[in-house]
Design a protein around this ligand. Structure first.
Ligand SMILES: NC(=O)NC(NC(N)=O)C(=O)[O-]
Length: 371
């Protein structure tokens, strides 16, 4: 369940470090107790009291050994795509006597030549990087890395202290981050929030204008009880129900559902989510996937568009026009809807009366004169 209490606004943006967002580990100085990849896992961290490995206590995250040599531990992560970073979450869940006490973050935007210097990670190694990998990483000039979070204390992984949020002020775009922990320890999950900064596609190429990889972000929604609507603009296929947008059951539904005259369901109530497109353009075809939503798919979906030359706000009156009129959905299925919109900058997706969808794609043409 999503708990938005004390969550900063940046944590509503798209996320670029998790495995489902295309994040990956390039290098880690040490993975003795728990591999760095687990820090990027999509699932919520868990603690299994009696689970031990040949190395020690099994922990759900990245955990290095207690350092008995000079230096500190660090890792290099590739982000899902080039993006501006607005903030981070360092979740230390369940790391109590073994959490990393301090951390800092550096970021870089590497050229293809610099990327070629990076080692290929051998996930089977499990405990320590090879000298050869370390030498390769060291070839990257240190001035490539800009500090975006200075050395900062972390709080331990108890329920009330585990969520360490950090706002980032830089407006630059990055493709890699280096996570330094001082001197060693464990982090359960790392999340990197921001906006994608892709190159503009050619004018005649159909692109998914609402994809998070196009720079689209979710600005607001009516309900996200089980899953955040930002999930539906991820570029991969939905992995589970948790990886889609799912609302709570509406409590104002009639006690007994009735049929309309044409035999279909009489629906009252709806839930909505608004997205700012990365590129303005015209929409030609909409794809909606209800994958994994079998007993909880919405009865119908509607997609509206608008061209806004000012910031969207829930309280401002906005003229939304239909791009896709209310259309019936089915369980666990891909749906394709042709359409033909004017140039738009925002979409509003409305599901009725409630339920969940896994993905939406809005294929269209970029309007090159408006960014
Ligand atoms: N009980 C522990 O967690 N001990 C150690 N960590 C693991 N994972 O075994 C440690 O102290 O760093």
């Amino acid at each position: 369940m999503i708990d938005n209490k004390n969550v900063p606004a940046f944590a509503e943006l798209s996320e670029f470090a998790s495995l489902s967002a295309g994040g990956s580990v390039v290098f880690a100085t040490d993975d003795f107790f728990a591999p760095c990849e687990s820090m990027l896992s999509d699932s919520e961290p868990v603690f299994i009291a009696d689970k031990y490995t040949e190395f020690g206590k099994w922990m759900d995250g990245w955990e290095t050994r207690r350092k008995r040599i000079p230096g500190h531990d660090w890792c290099i992560l590739k982000l899902g795509t080039k993006c501006v970073i607005r903030g981070l979450l360092v979740d230390t869940a369940f790391f109590t006597g073994n959490y990393a006490p301090k951390y800092s973050i550096q970021a870089a935007c590497l050229s293809p030549e610099e990327e070629a210097l990076l080692p290929r990670r051998d996930t089977k190694m499990g405990s320590a990087c090879s000298e050869c990998d370390l030498e390769r990483v060291k070839q990257l000039r240190s001035d490539k890395w800009e500090e975006i979070v200075p050395i900062t204390a972390l709080r331990p992984g108890y329920e009330e202290s585990r969520m360490n949020y950090q706002k980032v002020l830089s407006d630059e775009s990055w493709t890699y981050i280096r996570v330094n922990i001082y001197p060693d320890g464990g982090i359960a999950r790392l999340r990197v929030y921001g906006e994608a900064k892709p190159e503009a596609p050619p004018r005649d190429q159909l692109v998914d204008l609402a994809s998070m990889l196009s720079g689209t972000t979710c600005l607001g929604y009516s309900n996200a009880h089980f899953g955040h609507p930002r999930n539906i603009i991820k570029s991969n296929k939905g992995e589970t129900m948790a990886d889609g947008w799912e609302t709570a059951r509406r409590l104002d539904r009639p006690d007994v559902l009735e049929a309309s005259e044409d035999g279909t369901l009489k629906v009252s109530g709806e839930e909505w989510a608004v997205f700012k497109l990365g590129f303005c353009g015209t929409i030609k075809e909409i794809f909606v996937d209800t994958l994994h939503f079998k007993g909880n798919f919405p009865d119908s979906i509607k997609v509206e568009g608008s061209f806004l030359d000012e910031e969207w706000s829930e309280t401002k009156p906005i003229h939304w026009f239909n791009i896709l009129k209310p259309s019936k959905l089915s369980a666990n299925k891909e749906h394709w809807f042709p359409c033909n919109s004017d140039v738009i900058s925002h979409i509003r997706v409305t599901i009725a009366p409630d339920g969940g969808i896994s993905r939406i794609r809005t294929y269209g043409l970029v309007e090159p004169n408006i960014f």
